[in-house]
Design a protein around this ligand. Structure first.
Ligand code: PBG
Length: 324
């Protein structure tokens, strides 16, 4: 035998050899598409810091979904955007609010499409925090029934999954109990379990008009330095009844995704957030990166890390590329 004895390159010689030994294959069925829903009709507002992302009124949304369904995307995650804000965020549980209306319209037209609704108060509170505020502090326990009420409202409208993103302690159980009491035993909870206080949410806050008016979210969202704590958060959410647990953001937290998958073996979602989208779009626009190649690499890496579900603003484009 001649040296080197071991030649990993043998299996990289042909694309078909590479395909045979490929460990991870990104698929359209892995992708969940986040969408912003606004008031009004025929509205299609571009989000400046997220080129290619729009805020749609309900009527426009349905048209957008036509192609998504055609491409085989399994579902969407809805965020409401509205001017109707108050200290409690009561628009979050308005049955005629943008999100319940969107859910009803989508389920009527595309009954097989999974509709997940984000559950949080920040798009609906005048102070922009994810919970009830008193003397500058975000209160945990008084926030729980409000989140539960919002979740039940989305379930009533026909949501398949509710996705609490507020990071209050105990909200998964509060939501599970409220859903069950209202007869929605079959509505699942996709909990933002390990949600970090991340600077990568910047563009989203422009899109959802949900930036906090004072302070920041570090008293409820996690410290980016912590991973063991993420496992504790996930453990608690599973104990409280979460069906799917989420790590968010994705790219700077691939190690956390892997640890959560290995430790619990339960369905894991990873959120490829707004800032991760914006970085790629900006570099691609300047001609510094090959967008398609980078997006497929990033999404494949998130799956390789252990995510079963990838929430990404690239869902539709990625689905088109994957179909070809
Ligand atoms: C609301 C919420 C946020 C995101 C999802 N739900 C923003 C935040 O916590 O400030 C971020 C999503 C993204 O950046 O794409 N709590």
């Amino acid at each position: 035998m001649t040296y080197p004895y071991h030649r990993p390159r043998r299996l990289r010689r042909l694309e078909n050899l590479r395909r045979l030994v490929r460990e991870t294959e990104l698929a359209v069925k892995d992708l969940l598409w986040p969408l912003f829903v606004v008031e009004g009709e025929r509205v299609r507002q571009p989000v400046e810091s997220m080129p290619g992302v729009f805020r749609y009124s309900v009527d426009q949304l349905l048209g957008e979904l036509e192609e998504a369904v055609e491409l085989g995307l399994p579902g969407v995650l809805l965020f409401g955007v509205t001017d109707r804000k108050d200290p409690q965020g009561s628009e979050a549980w308005n049955r005629e609010g943008v999100v319940p209306r969107a859910i009803r319209a989508i389920k009527a037209r595309f009954p097989e499409l999974v509709v997940a609704a984000d559950v949080c108060l920040c798009p609906y509170t005048d102070h922009g925090h994810c919970g009830v505020v008193e003397e500058g502090r975000v209160l945990n326990d008084p926030t729980l029934p409000l989140l539960a009420r919002a979740a039940v409202t989305y379930a009533e409208a026909g949501a398949d999954l509710v996705a609490p993103s507020d990071m209050m302690d105990g909200r998964v159980r509060a939501i599970r109990e409220a859903l069950d009491a209202a007869g929605f035993q079959e509505v699942g909870i996709m909990a933002y379990s390990a949600k970090y206080a991340s600077a990568f949410y910047g563009p989203f806050r422009e899109a959802a008009e949900s930036a906090p008016r004072f302070g920041d979210r570090r008293s409820y969202q996690m410290d980016p330095a912590n991973a063991a704590e993420a496992l504790w958060e996930v453990e608690l959410d599973l104990e409280e009844g979460a069906d799917i647990v989420m790590v968010k953001p994705a790219l700077a937290y691939l190690d956390v995704i892997r640890q959560v998958k290995d430790a619990f073996g339960r369905p894991v979602a990873a959120y490829n957030v707004s800032g991760e989208y914006a970085m790629i779009k900006a570099a691609a626009k300047l001609g510094w990166l090959d967008e398609k190649a980078v997006v497929l690499e990033v999404l494949t890496a998130i799956k390789r890390a252990g995510a079963d579900i990838i929430i990404t603003y690239f869902a539709k484009e990625a689905a088109r590329w994957l179909r070809r």
